[in-house]
Each structure stands twice: as structure tokens, then as C-alpha cells.
Design a binder for this molecule. Structure first.
Ligand code: NAP
Length: 516
């Protein structure tokens, strides 16, 4: 069995003490152990901080070259990373590709952005402003790299993409990274770290990895450090309220739960491309990664007169899903990542029964290719809630598994938007239709509550990207329940890792500084 190691201070190290065991969630077979007890996180943070000087001395182009080398290193080991995600993450091959290719692509996208940013070391923020009556007294904002460490605490569901998307942005901004992947699925992230070390593209200590419990790591945050967290809301609240984070005003980004919605507009006709797009997105989000995607559609709103038709079509598609050991080619949905996850999802399914009835599935399933009662499986489950209201379970609790609820709406865009807003803030919601007035009213009605809104109309039905796909060029994050964070969005993502500073003084001097 493998023994995972952490990479700290430029060395592979392991703790000594009780171990945590990583398993194959389809078979429950142990795969690896890990232990971080006794590791010196204070020293690890100091070494990482010291690496910042070398990174900041590099231009965006140079940082981008290093980031591209990381992307290539992952690409070179793509099949191996996919196999690890299947084994340790319960991913089908298709799920694993979504994660691994997302990691490779996001690193490549930030390497491309680096070329655009050019041979500079910091960014100028907008135009300067004249401050006095004459032209000489002037103001100019800059974005300069923060001189600390970017600590990244990631969720279990995207071990590859989660690592890469955060690291790409921090490194391009000029900050070294300490990444702590979720322990249960850390095999992929640990292999990525090995590949990054072998690639030797970055200055020493520019990336460190903690393979397991974070110990006192967050107690060593100081005022130039940042903390970016992805995971459950309760953990997000605890991390935000950490003593060191509060004492040093550490900048914290939280990506948490989200009750993402899909809304079918009243003008969508039976058999149309737009209806097909909508159905495909709902079923994909329910089953891809067994519904363990922060962006997955949890709530489905349909005009009341179309509910029966839509429930029938979704049921037909879900009946074709084959649940089982994701190592098998014929399986289209794997298990949940851990036994704890399965218990949470089952509790969530039971909670939804307070406001909805089962329209398909219900959770029980006989997985293909799994002996005995092994594996953390839950079957795809569709609920129907006939009279949805703000405050009921479907609007309050994220069930992080293969579960969604269909609900009717009456009264047009305003009513649909009110129901979507009842989710308390989300990462992404989607709407499907061609009625321009409906789409405009609906989109503007939910926009303040979302980080992203996707619109599926007949003109783009053939080339639409799934709402659950996070794109490096668009922001990812959302207000309220979703954590209030914001990542990616091309160069927008660099802001989190940079300090905006306003300079005021003689215009010629400021222009010379900005051009340096
Ligand atoms: P989690 O239990 O909150 O864990 C997330 C990460 O936090 C893990 O790396 C975990 O480490 C670490 N952690 C837990 N307690 C900690 C502490 N006291 N100090 C430092 N680190 C700590 O969440 P999860 O179960 O992995 O992920 C599922 C949740 O993540 C879902 O609710 C989902 O909505 C959310 N999510 C959100 C997004 C997004 O982009 N908004 C993306 C993916 C997932 P260990 O694994 O070692 O415990």
C-alpha cells in the first residue's frame, strides 16, 4: 500500500503518528495511508514565503512559461492521473477526464494570459486621475503581488482541477502556493505534486503540498498571506473565523455550497433543441461525478403545464444510467467519494421528503460489478415538489450527490426568479428558452444572487457548454450560501493575490513607476 508524503520546504516528508487511510470508494479496498502529525508547518510557511521573492522577480511571461510547463507535465501523465481518479475518486473515465483535462486546460489558459500581460511584474489598474486643478498632481492605482503565501484548502470532488485552477492564478500573480487537498481523494493531487517537482519549472518552494490533516497550518497565516478555501459552508465559516485569519486580516476566499437552478422558459416547445439541451444538462449534472459537483443543478423549475412531460422525459433518461464500479466501461455513474458522503446524501434525501415526493429512484441501487454490499453507492434520485416555497428543505439544504428536485412555477419570469433567489445565492444557474423579454427579466432578476448565469437558446443549442463547466475566462464563485467568493475570470482572478495600491504624486513620476 502506498504511503503518501507531503512536499514541504523542498523535501518529501511524512509525519509520525496515527495514519488516515484512503480507499477505493467502489470496493472499499485500502489504497494508501497518510500522516502529517508532527510536521513543521511554521517552517513550511516560512520557506514558501521566501520563495515569493524569486517569483515576484519573474515577469508575467516567465511565470506563464512555468505554468505552461506544469500543464504539459500533467498532460504527459494524463492517463495515469485519470486512472488514479477512477480508483480513488469513484470517477468514471468521463468524470475523471472532466477533472484532469480541466486542470490541464486551466493551467494552459493562464499560461496564455501571461503572454498577454507581457514582460511586466505587476499590473496597472485602469487609467490615472488628475487630482488638482493643474495636470501635475495625479493618482494611479496599481495591483502588486502580495508578499505572503497563498494557502489553498480544496474539496474532495475535483482533486486535479481544484489544485490547478487555484495554483495557476496565484503563481501568475506572483504568490507561492501551499495546497492542502482533501485527504480522502488526495492520490491525484499527490501525483500532480510529484509531476510538478519533476518538471522543475518553478523556483524552489513555489508549491508545497500537505497530504492529510492541516494541523496548525492556519495558525501561521500572517497579513500578506491569503487563504482560498473550497468545501462545505460550515468548514468555510470555521476557517474564516480562525484566530490568525482574524488577527492579521488575512484575505479569505470561500467557495462553498450552492443550490444551483435550471429554469425552463414557457416558450420552449416539446421536441425542440432547447428542451433537449435542458434535459441533457439536468441529467448530466445529476449523474456526472455522482452529482458531487459544486455547480450541479439541484433545483429544476418548469412551467406548471409542462411538469408531467418533463418528469417523464427525465425519468426515461435516468433509467438508462448504469451505476456501478467506475472501472467498468459500461458503468455511467460511480459511487460517492466516502462513506461519510453517502451518509450525508442519504440524510439529505430523507430531509427533502418533507417538501417533495420521489419521482424517480430514491437512493437504493444494486451496483454493477461490486461484490457484496461494498461501495458508497446512491442511485440517481429525482424529487418532485408540487408547491415550492422559500424556506422549505429544497431551498435550504444542498444534497451533495445524485439528487435534484423538479418544481413547477406559475406567473412568468418574476415568479421563476423569486424561486431561484430563495436558494440564498449560488455559483451558477441556467435558463433555457428564446423569449427575449422572459430571458431579460429572469436573468436580471437573479443576477445579483449569482456568480454566473448561463442562457441556453436555440441559436447556441448546438455549441452550448454545460453550466457545470467552470471556465477559466469567466468568474467562479457566488454570494451568500455559495461562500461569497470569486475565482478565475481571466485576469480578474489575479486581484485576490494582489494588493491594490493608490499612488498619488507627480504625474511623470507615477507614470514612470507604473511603466516599470
Ligand atoms: P469539507 O469537509 O468542508 O472539506 C474541504 C476541505 O477542508 C478539505 O481539504 C478538508 O480537509 C479541509 N478541512 C476541513 N476542516 C478543516 C480545518 N479545520 N482546517 C483546515 N482545513 C480543513 O468539504 P468536502 O466534503 O471536501 O467538499 C464538499 C463540499 O464542498 C460541498 O458542500 C460542496 O458544495 C463544496 N464545494 C464547493 C465548491 C465551489 O467551488 N464552490 C467546489 C467543490 C465543492 P480533510 O479532507 O483533510 O478533512
Amino acid at each position: 500500500m502506498d504511503e503518501l508524503q507531503s512536499f514541504l520546504g523542498g523535501r518529501w516528508v511524512r509525519g509520525s503518528g496515527p495514519v488516515q487511510t484512503l480507499v477505493n470508494p467502489a470496493t472499499e479496498q485500502p489504497l494508501a495511508t497518510t500522516c502529517t502529525a508532527g510536521l513543521d508547518f511554521a517552517e513550511a510557511m516560512r520557506s514558501a514565503r521566501a520563495a515569493g521573492a524569486t517569483l515576484r522577480a519573474m515577469t508575467f511571461v516567465e511565470r506563464g512559461q512555468a505554468i505552461r510547463a506544469l500543464s504539459r507535465a500533467l498532460h504527459g501523465a494524463r492517463e495515469q492521473l485519470i486512472a488514479l481518479a477512477v480508483e480513488n475518486g469513484g470517477n468514471t473515465r468521463s468524470d475523471a477526464k472532466f477533472d484532469v483535462d480541466g486542470a490541464i486546460g486551466t493551467l494552459a489558459a493562464y499560461a496564455d494570459l501571461a503572454v498577454e500581460l507581457g514582460e511586466r511584474r505587476f499590473l496597472v489598474d485602469g487609467d490615472g486621475v488628475q487630482l488638482g486643478k493643474g495636470a501635475r498632481l495625479y493618482g494611479q492605482h496599481l495591483w502588486v503581488p502580495r508578499e505572503g503565501v497563498a494557502v489553498h484548502v480544496n474539496a474532495f470532488n475535483f482533486p486535479a482541477w481544484g489544485f490547478a485552477e487555484k495554483a495557476a492564478v496565484a503563481l501568475l500573480a506572483g504568490m507561492p502556493v501551499v495546497v492542502k487537498p482533501a485527504t480522502s481523494t488526495a492520490l491525484v493531487a499527490a501525483r500532480m505534486m510529484e509531476l510538478f517537482v519533476e518538471a522543475a519549472a518553478l523556483p524552489p518552494n513555489a508549491i508545497s503540498l500537505i497530504a492529510g490533516a492541516p494541523g496548525d497550518l492556519l495558525g501561521h497565516l500572517t497579513g500578506q498571506d491569503v487563504l482560498a478555501f473550497t468545501g462545505g459552508s460550515a468548514t468555510g465559516v470555521a476557517l474564516r473565523a480562525g484566530k490568525a485569519a482574524l488577527a492579521h486580516s488575512v484575505r479569505v476566499n470561500v467557495e462553498a455550497d450552492s443550490l444551483n437552478a435550471a429554469v425552463l422558459a414557457p416558450d420552449v416547445e416539446q421536441g425542440s433543441d432547447v428542451l433537449n439541451l435542458f434535459l441533457g444538462d439536468v441529467v448530466r449534472d445529476l449523474t456526472q461525478k455522482a452529482g458531487q459537483k459544486c455547480t450541479a443543478i439541484r433545483r429544476v423549475y418548469v412551467p406548471r403545464e409542462q411538469v408531467d412531460h418533463v418528469l417523464g422525459l427525465l425519468g426515461e433518461r435516468l433509467a438508462a444510467i448504469k451505476v456501478g464500479d467506475p472501472a467498468r466501461d459500461d458503468v455511467t455513474m460511480g459511487p460517492l467519494a466516502t462513506g461519510e458522503q453517502r451518509a450525508d446524501v442519504k440524510a439529505g434525501i430523507a430531509r427533502l421528503a418533507s417538501c417533495a415526493r420521489v419521482a424517480f429512484g430514491g437512493g437504493s441501487v444494486e451496483p454493477l460489478g461490486v461484490p457484496g454490499d461494498k461501495g458508497f453507492f446512491v442511485g440517481p434520485t429525482l424529487y418532485f415538489s408540487p408547491e415550492p416555497r422559500a424556506g422549505d428543505a429544497v431551498h435550504e439544504h444542498e444534497v451533495f450527490g445524485p439528487v435534484a428536485t423538479v418544481m413547477p412555477y406559475d406567473g412568468g419570469a418574476a415568479m421563476a426568479a423569486a424561486l431561484v433567489r430563495a436558494g440564498g445565492g449560488g455559483l451558477v444557474s441556467s435558463v433555457y428558452g428564446d423569449d427575449k423579454q422572459f430571458l431579460k427579466d429572469f436573468v436580471l432578476g437573479i443576477a445579483p444572487y449569482h456568480g454566473r448565469v448561463t442562457i441556453g437558446s436555440s441559436k447556441i443549442a448546438a455549441q452550448a457548454l454545460p453550466p457545470g463547466m467552470v471556465l477559466p475566462g469567466l468568474v467562479h464563485g457566488g454570494p451568500g450560501r455559495a461562500g461569497g467568493g470569486e475565482e478565475l475570470g481571466g485576469r480578474r482572478g489575479l486581484a485576490f493575490y494582489s494588493q491594490r495600491v493608490a499612488l498619488q504624486g507627480d504625474r511623470a513620476l507615477l507614470e514612470a513607476i507604473a511603466a516599470s
